[in-house]
Write a protein that binds this ligand. Structure first.
Ligand SMILES: NC(=O)c1ccc[n+]([C@@H]2O[C@H](COP(=O)([O-])OP(=O)(O)OC[C@H]3O[C@@H](n4cnc5c(N)ncnc54)[C@H](OP(=O)(O)O)[C@@H]3O)[C@@H](O)[C@H]2O)c1
Length: 250
């Protein structure tokens, strides 16, 4: 497998270096805040293989996945993804930290989690080895004992009474100065944030595989949320992945 990526559109560019890949994914400088989702899907719309997204993406997908964290003040992830993908303390490597500080970011992005049930272990690596204190967004009705236990290791913020309010999550992050918001999913977060109208962009890796089976799609919500998107860029990996960048039509 190769991590090589070429740009197909809007310009042609062969074997892009990291700086060129990063430039292709720069958030709009003029936007007061920006919320981007990053997903991988098979050609037939599966969001997982064997219950995880990692089986779908190749080396180029992983390369871009890591590079996209450089553009983030905060990485936002749902509790389901933390549990199934085995998130540990999120720390970018030294090169990424140096790039970030040179570009006006904190050396490490903040990790923000979304959970109504707070079924998260405060002793787990996601908290214990985090370089920056994480944030947990939940609902006012969350279990008080779980909330108290997590408050020892994270900022726990209630956004909504029974249902979590994605717009309030975004507003709270922006209020903390974390205005470039990068979400790594999963489908529950994507669908609910889409239905709330707070998603600006989707970075989508189309993996050259057909999966069939019953794998879930990349977005799920309790009501349909048709959202027009405009293509902004196409990269192609040496392994035939397409790395697509779409922006919401406003
Ligand atoms: N294809 C991809 O690129 C990709 C990316 C990420 C994940 N995935 C896959 O997606 C699967 C996980 O799916 P998922 O839907 O469980 O992921 P998820 O969106 O990360 O997690 C869902 C959970 O997060 C919390 N949550 C999310 N949105 C919420 C909201 N609006 N209000 C309240 N709570 C909210 C809830 O946690 P509580 O249950 O704690 O209340 C909910 O059960 C895994 O198999 C993972 O591998 C695929």
């Amino acid at each position: 497998m190769s991590a090589r990526v070429d740009m197909l559109w809007p310009r042609r560019g062969d074997d892009l270096r990291d700086e060129a890949v990063l430039a292709a994914y720069a958030p709009p400088a003029s936007a007061p805040s920006w919320l981007r989702m990053n997903f991988v899907t098979s050609l037939d719309g599966a969001g997982t293989r064997d219950g995880r997204s990692g089986g779908l993406g190749g080396d180029a997908d992983r390369r871009v996945f890591e590079l996209l964290r450089r553009w983030a003040d905060v990485v936002l992830v749902g509790a389901g993804t933390v549990r199934s993908e085995g998130y540990g303390g999120m720390r970018v490597d030294d090169d990424a930290a140096a790039w970030r500080t040179a570009h006006g970011f904190a050396a490490q992005p903040v990790l923000a989690l979304v959970s109504a049930r707070l079924d998260l272990d405060p002793a787990s690596d996601v908290f214990a080895t985090a370089p920056v204190r994480p944030i947990v967004y939940t609902v006012a009705g969350a279990d008080p004992a779980r909330r108290e236990a997590l408050a020892a290791v994270a900022d726990v913020v209630a956004v909504g009474a029974a249902d979590l309010d994605p717009a309030a999550v975004r507003a709270d992050l922006v209020g903390r100065g974390l205005r470039r918001i990068h979400s790594e999913g999963g489908p529950g977060v994507f669908g609910s944030f889409l239905a709330a109208g707070v998603v600006d962009e989707l970075c989508l890796t189309l993996a050259p595989t057909l999966e069939a089976g019953d794998a879930e799609r990349i977005a799920r919500s309790d009501r349909p949320a048709p959202t027009g998107m405009r293509l902004e860029g196409i990269l192609r990996s040496a392994d035939d992945e397409l790395l697509l960048r779409y922006r919401r039509v406003s």
